[in-house]
Unconditional design. Structure first.
Length: 355
């Protein structure tokens, strides 16, 4: 079968590899219909290996060596393991991608995304940028009939965004500033709008700001404006900001989030920072500002919520930039993503069967 295999820095090859063996007792085998690319994939391509275990086994998965990428995907069941009773051949499934042990203290408390032996398909083990992939059945969720393949392939990144929104306890009517509307930021906006929050979006890309306005942001401003703090205050009629979600990863954005958040409010750090950043802890303490962080998602709660939202809205169409064939995954996918030349979601058609 054909697959996009990561061999190292700027070395991803679409090549023929052996088909996976029959699924294990607790696995299903999927024929992949659509797979998404994200900033993590582009980062591995441009700067890696970071998460791909090329030279030593991953402690969670045990995998080592060249790795089939793809942690955002939807597929149709080709075969089921002997212990899988609730899923059948032909079912369309989304794989949550992140696998947990079910036994450590974090798993027992329901925080499976913090599992001591957590690993992610497509990064720490073979993933879905291939024609076939074996997946633990426990991480799979049925796709509603009304939800197309393009939309379903976005369930995993949307689940990450919804987990972030849940972490910040965003409620209807909350005044929220979202910094960064690209990639995960756009999905975070969708989650905030679905909660009924009053959102002001900040970015430095006018196309992204236009997208934010179209998809529910009350206002959208260029984050580089010298009077950005005054603009935000005016947008909320002087009322304090309840939550500032930082989804850009830009170096100065955590400090901007601190300046914008109101006393008693919450700062949600979604974007990954490449280096330590300085914050005024005295100010945070004196104003009782909470700092929330977020990583990955909880499959049992966040994936179903994501599928419901994708089915009920036009989010997928708004987020989509392009669908490319597997043979063009580097030239039309990873390369432009790595160079910041893509404004929306890039999906890969791994077979001819996607809807």
């Amino acid at each position: 079968m054909r697959a996009a295999v990561y061999h190292g820095n700027r070395d991803v090859r679409v090549e023929s590899i052996a088909e996976p063996a029959a699924p294990g007792p607790h696995e299903v085998q999927l024929r992949v219909l659509r797979a998404g690319l994200c900033g993590t994939d582009a980062g591995e391509y441009k700067h890696g290996p970071i998460m791909v275990p090329l030279t030593r086994p991953h402690p969670g998965s045990g995998h080592q060596g060249p790795t089939v990428l793809g942690h955002e995907f939807v597929g149709a069941v080709e075969a089921v393991g002997s212990a899988v009773a609730e899923l059948g051949v032909g079912d369309r499934l989304v794989a949550g991608a992140g696998m947990w042990c079910g036994e450590c203290p974090w798993c027992r408390s329901g925080r499976t995304n913090l599992c001591a032996r957590y690993y992610t398909l497509g990064l720490n083990a073979h993933g879905g940028l291939a024609e076939l992939v074996n997946v633990p059945a426990i991480m799979c969720r049925l796709v509603p009939e009304q939800c197309g393949d393009d939309a379903a392939s976005m369930a995993q990144p949307l689940a990450v965004a919804l987990h972030a929104v849940n972490r910040a306890r965003v409620a209807s009517g909350d005044a929220v500033v979202l910094i960064g509307v690209g990639g995960i930021g756009f999905f975070t906006l969708a989650g905030l709008v679905a909660r009924g929050a009053h959102v002001v979006a900040l970015d430095i890309d006018e196309d992204r700001l236009d997208d934010a306005r179209r998809f529910g942001a009350a206002e959208a401003f260029d984050a580089r404006a010298l009077d950005i703090e005054e603009r935000v205050r005016e947008a909320f009629d002087g009322a304090p900001v309840d939550v500032v979600a930082e989804a850009s990863g830009a170096p100065g954005s955590p400090a901007l989030a601190q300046r914008l958040v109101g006393s008693g409010g919450r700062m949600l750090i979604v974007g990954l920072q490449e280096a330590p950043r300085e914050l005024d802890l005295y100010d945070l303490v004196m104003r009782e500002v909470e700092i929330q962080t977020t990583v990955a998602h909880v499959c049992d709660t966040d994936i179903p919520e994501a599928l419901d939202l994708l089915t009920a809205t036009k989010l997928a169409a708004a987020a989509l930039d392009r669908v490319v064939p597997l043979d063009a995954v580097v030239s039309e996918g990873l390369e432009p993503l790595a160079e910041g030349q893509v404004s929306g979601k890039v999906l890969v058609a791994t077979t001819e069967d996607g809807r």
